[in-house]
Design a protein around this ligand. Structure first.
Ligand code: IMP
Length: 427
């Protein structure tokens, strides 16, 4: 059986949780492959709402094995409190597997994330402040602490001491902060080790065997294509690779196992943090989208910046990820508008660009060229099939599909599990 990837096609927060949950019945393993607790998935089941940051959404389906892959950076304290929070609501995380090769977010990563952002001032990235960038930085610099180090107190002690010898100099001498006590960190992390031990596994091997046995593996990204460290709006990006290529590296699965690359695309656009956003609406229309769409961050509670659908970005996401199917989310939010502008290209210094400009300088100056599509007034939240949608909503979906260059196979018309219109199978 194949593996499928779920990838955000914009700047994250497209509604990946709902898509993962929709596939839940067909899926045997759900793997988070990058990011950390900077992500936030909201899943609504019945009258219960679950906000997940680090745990794969598969945790909510008892028949699914949730896996945290090697490409993730883990804050163990956050992970355990998420596990405890679910346990208090009767959901067990006993099945959870954590890659021995995943990296740990350490207290100095969180301290450095906050302090470097403060020093950047106006040039700040607007990170979630969870230590994500510094943890990936140490991973690439080969100074990281990995999950498997929790199994060897001797190594763990050495790694914490080595890291803090340098990082405490930086914290105290460059940033004028207090140093971090290695003994306290060791004690804290040894306590985490006790609780996490039963979950630690060679997850790449587990997944390889599962695929050989015909199991279905879903790889779930955090963030989105435009936040990718290589393919996003650098430097206003996260420090990992949410794109489909990153899924293989971050889960330890070879590319030829992937059969479906499912892009999650919101019917309009949002972004959190700094950086270019050509279709952003900084007026009452933007505020209307924010309020109507409930566009407030699951992780940080920050207001999301809101704007119209950008087909240039969707086309880019189709190309970079090799999208086979789109799941279009939050179509219901647009109900009630007379006309809906859609960005079809950009204008940069008088020149039309049908693709994302090559340089960041040009992208910062990109002005959207809009095409207006007729809106619909009907409430679509109880639609059960594509044919139930008003003709203008159908035409909007068809237009987005045409412009994006990949088929829209499912449509979200509300937050509930049952508020999804399936046009063709996603597995
Ligand atoms: P970091 O991932 O905390 O380093 O933040 C880097 C950038 O990615 C910032 O602009 C964040 O707002 C953005 N970001 C990180 N995670 C998410 C997410 O799950 N959704 C949307 N934006 C995110």
């Amino acid at each position: 059986m194949p593996a499928a990837v779920l990838v955000g096609a914009q700047w994250g927060d497209e509604g990946k949780g709902k898509a993962t949950d929709l596939l839940g019945g067909d899926v045997d393993y759900v793997v988070r492959y990058q990011g950390g607790n900077n992500a936030g998935h909201t899943v609504v089941i019945g009258d219960q709402k679950y906000a997940l940051h680090l745990l794969p959404t598969g945790i909510l389906s008892p028949e699914v094995v949730p896996v945290i892959g090697n490409g993730v950076v883990i804050d163990p304290g956050v992970l355990l409190s998420e596990i405890d929070g679910l346990a208090a609501r009767g959901i067990s995380a006993e099945r959870l597997l954590i890659s021995a090769n995943a990296h740990l977010i350490m207290p100095h990563h969180k301290a450095l994330d906050k302090v470097t952002e403060r020093y950047l001032g106006k040039a700040r990235i607007g990170t979630t402040g969870r230590g994500i960038g510094p943890a990936y930085g140490d991973k690439i610099a080969r100074m990281g602490v990995r999950v498997q180090d929790l199994l060897d107190p001797g190594i763990l002690t050495k790694k914490i001491e080595v890291a803090l010898t340098e990082k405490n100099q930086v914290l105290t001498k460059v940033y004028n902060r207090r140093g971090i006590d290695p003994a306290a960190v060791l004690e804290e992390y040894l306590a985490y080790a006790e609780r996490l031990k039963p979950h630690i596994a060679d997850t790449s091997l587990v997944l390889s065997k599962a695929l050989d046995e015909g199991k279905f593996v879903l790889l779930e990204g955090g963030q989105g294509t435009l936040l990718d460290i290589d393919h996003g709006t650098y430097p206003f990006v996260t420090s990992s690779s949410p794109t489909a290529g990153g899924a293989c590296a971050g889960a330890g699965i070879p590319p030829n196992r992937l059969t479906k690359i499912i892009g999650i695309l919101k019917a309009y656009t949002t972004r959190v943090g700094s950086g270019p956003f050509p279709t952003e609406l900084e007026d009452e229309m933007g505020e209307w989208l924010r309020t109507t769409g409930g566009e407030y961050g699951v992780t940080t509670g920050r207001n999301r910046r809101c704007g119209w659908f950008d087909a240039v970005i969707a086309r880019y996401a189709t190309r970079i990820n090799g999208i086979t199917d789109y799941f279009l989310t939050k179509l219901d939010v647009l109900s009630g508008l007379e006309r809906i502008p859609v960005c079809v290209a950009y204008e940069v210094d008088g020149v039309r660009h049908d693709e994302i400009p090559m340089t960041q300088t040009d992208f910062h100056h990109a002005k959207p060229i809009y095409e207006e599509l007729p809106g619909w007034q009907e409430d679509i939240t109880s639609a059960k099939s594509f044919d139930d949608l008003p003709p203008n909503a159908q035409a909007y979906v068809r237009a987005l599909e045409e412009m994006s260059g990949a088929p829209i196979s499912a449509i979200g018309v509300g937050p509930g599990r049952d508020q999804t219109l399936q046009i063709r199978s996603l597995v």
